[in-house]
Write a protein that binds this ligand. Sequence first.
Ligand SMILES: *Cc1c(COP(=O)(O)O)cnc(C)c1O
Length: 523
Amino acid sequence: MTHSTDLARVRAVPEAVPLASVNGHRGLAHEEPLLFERDNPGAVGVDLPPAPKVTPRLGTVARRGPIGLPSLSEPDVVRHYTRLSRQNAAIDTNTYPLGSCTMKHNPRLNERLARLPGLAGLHPLQPVSTVQGALELIEEVARWLRELTGIPVVAMSPGAGAHGELCGMMTIRAALDACGDAARRRVLVPESAHGTNPATAAMCGFTIDPVPDDGTGRVDLAAFVAKLGPDVAAVMITNPNTCGLYETDIAELGRKVHAAGGYLYCDGANFNAIVGRVRPGDLGIDCMHLNLHKTFSTPHGGGGPGAGPVVLSAALAEFAPLPWIVADGEGLRLVEHAGDAAARGHHPIGRLKGFHGQMGMFVRALAYMLSHGGDGLRQVSGDAVLSANYVRAALMDRMTVAFPGTCMHECLFDDRFLAGTGVTTLDFAKAMIDEGIHPMTMYFPLIVHGAFLVEPTETESKAALDELIAVMADLADAAKAGDTARFTEAPRHAPRRRLDETTAARRPVLRWTPPADTAQAAE
Ligand SMILES: *Cc1c(COP(=O)(O)O)cnc(C)c1O
């Protein structure tokens, strides 16, 4: 059996299903209005006893008009949210090969542990003597991250990768300011970088100097060296990079930037490709964020808050943000105040977040680390790279790979194979939706024309990878055979057809306003 040509599984769907229905529903997929639009004045979810008579004492702050919330029964509300939840494309329902995002399965063991009452019911303002176990847990996650990266200090509080970048670059800025090096305000950023890298550097008051690639998707070492100078604060480099390639010159880049007096920031979002195999500290990295919601399987985005701990080299450690955990007399406690930090010889950049970080994510990440063990994590990176290369090898003859050679955890195609077909990367992605597969990342990294960035992760089975491959192969063939309508009309089977995404992004309608007549009736 060969994967990419095994199209026997491609099945015919009934043609031209009439799209009209009395109520707008399609099968059991409901057209879902807003709760506000379903307002049924007088309906209530809970029967409360009549309020006792009291003399109002609110004076001028007493509410005069209706509160503006819809009236609905409990089952109406439950159905609304349950139906919405079923419209969600999620890693729990489909293959989700969204490049750079590491959409791996979130093990249910992690969820089970995060829901243990002693952990789920914690309050961040509890007396420290009652949360010794929680602090120990945070320290244990930190210990794993130090061990896996070979970098001595970790700031646990940042709430996402981008927030970790902010933490790291503020720390670098503080280190430069502390030695009066106000001239170093230029940051080198490869052109393939994730947009958060230049955005973060700019927020920290640096200017951005883009570094081109060498034509094979990696940083051009000569161009990089030529840009070094006494005003360079740091280089922000992603490894493996956003083209899915290992930066083979990274140690050399690090030596060069250090010799020039700057720091080496590494965007560690792609750590899944190297975890258990490469210790970033051995490469001379000063500072790197880790996305627990990528490498360590905690849920992403709408599925839960992320966490972006940042490891810091000895040179940056004294500027780490508050709070951090210390062992003190009776047990563990938090250093939370500038005075306490100063007494210990530290100069923290401040506090990035209320309280101590995303506790629920720490629990999940630690469950993942402990259940895998060191050898299991090493296998994770091996399998992630294997999955991506399986997809790359299966599709390389039908699609066009952006750069030659094997890849790391994600494979990058460009749109040359679509030349002359009238089909764009966007059309192709929409046609994947009709096939029940969440599209890959598109048009990123920017250095590749019409990019398709496919990151299958290690948790997709071979059967799931074969299905992804069969779909993409069939679509590539259809595009070349001139079946343009299959693409330009896509998605045909989704609840919504092609949306005006530009207008949706630039002029989003985020607020419901009542129709004029009900607004008047309410007054
Ligand atoms: C995901 C990602 C980020 C940002 O991480 P968030 O947790 O989404 O803020 C930064 N760089 C790269 C390369 C990424 O893939």
